[in-house]
Design a protein around this ligand. Sequence first.
Ligand SMILES: Nc1nc2c(c(=O)[nH]1)N[C@H]1C(S)=C(S)[C@@H](COP(=O)(O)OP(=O)(O)OC[C@H]3O[C@@H](n4cnc5c(N)ncnc54)[C@H](O)[C@@H]3O)O[C@H]1N2
Ligand code: MOO
Length: 411
Amino acid sequence: MGCGTTPELLPVAEALATYRRVLTPLPASDYPVEAALGQVLAAPARAAVDLPLFDQSAVDGYAARSVDLAMATQDSPVRLTLSGDIPAGQSTETALAPGCAMRILTGAPVPSGADTIVRQEWVVREEGTIRVDRVVAPETDLRRQGEELQSGAELAAAGTRLDAGRLAALAMAGVASVNAHPKARVTVLVTGDEVKPVGEPLTPGQIYDANGPLVRGWLTQRGQPLVRCQAVADRFEDVCQALEQALTESDVVITTGGVSVGDRDYLPEAAERLGVTRHFWKLAQKPGKPLWFGTREGTALIGLPGNPAAVLVGLTVHVAEVLRVLEGDPAGPPWGYGRLLEDARPDDRRDQWLRMRLQTDPLTGATALAPLPRQASHMLSNLMAADVLAWVPAGDDAWRAGSVVRWLPLR
Ligand SMILES: Nc1nc2c(c(=O)[nH]1)N[C@H]1C(S)=C(S)[C@@H](COP(=O)(O)OP(=O)(O)OC[C@H]3O[C@@H](n4cnc5c(N)ncnc54)[C@H](O)[C@@H]3O)O[C@H]1N2
Ligand code: MOO
């Protein structure tokens, strides 16, 4: 929060705290493990089996008894009689007898009696026997049952968001289903009579729609279930109708445009007409000052301003946190920190979200930030170069080269 922010505008940190305070995670249920990709666990997941599942070989070679090889040297190699063959996926009931070895492949179960594996590079194979010319210590290349994880051990705590690697770790440990919060279902309403989809002809005064592609693309990249994305005309009744349907069908409703004080800015009035409880409307941030946040029966409504850079801030900073709370994710925003390599734009009223490039600080080797030109709220072209959205608090000094600021990744 900047020290010089205008008092009637809610500080950004308070907006973030409001989401945590007024929203509750969506009710959890059980999902097949792979269906829960991207979801957050509501209960710990425990290993259903030991890992490794059984004593197994780490290499292609021969299961042996280390005592048989204790005297082996180049001058006096030991011969072991081959008494079996164990490929991966099979096991043998037969115990390994003294003076014997069994052929074994990587991952195959070790027969009882064997306490070491002789990798095949160390062996000369002859008719029915192998010749070993070195000592092989007990436990060499042998993976013991349960050495990684024991059945019943907690593998993932509640609050863990599942990615591909975590899913794989659960599946390996025999976890077939998990108790998780669902992903939030989102509806997007893009207002503005002046906007047209790119590719369609424009009449004078019209512009191409940036917010539709921005919000849809951002949600798709996150794997967010999209209920619908709809263009809504700047008419009060149309806004009310679309909003009512969206509130009924979704966990989160995102609107763009029509949230300020203009003659056709219907969102605040429509939301209040439909019984949405307002938590705040104006934030001490730039871009994105008019940001309307309210709830109705657990559904969150986030009214973003129409300016595309304000929508970018709304998604990266605000919608992301709303989704984390609803999805049961205890982690707050994934802040990075870096020193400004050059002066940024000063502002003494509102904290600024500035698009910057990540660089390496030539003095320290640490991550540093280079502000980009073309930062105004109606501009997006610098996203071609931007890596992060940096939070530059309002006030006297935070914008100066050398200040350390926080940032959120843009990709
Ligand atoms: N008298 C005041 N005027 C404005 C204030 C204010 O406090 N007093 N705030 C300004 C700020 S800050 C912002 S941000 C905007 C927000 O206005 P709205 O949320 O009502 O948004 P619109 O007026 O509908 O649109 C703003 C701007 O963005 C363009 N736009 C809208 N939708 C799209 C789209 N899908 N793709 C591309 N561009 C879009 C629209 O044409 C406008 O230029 O209000 C200021 N005014
Ligand atoms: O908040 Mo507005 O997005 O500053 O231009």
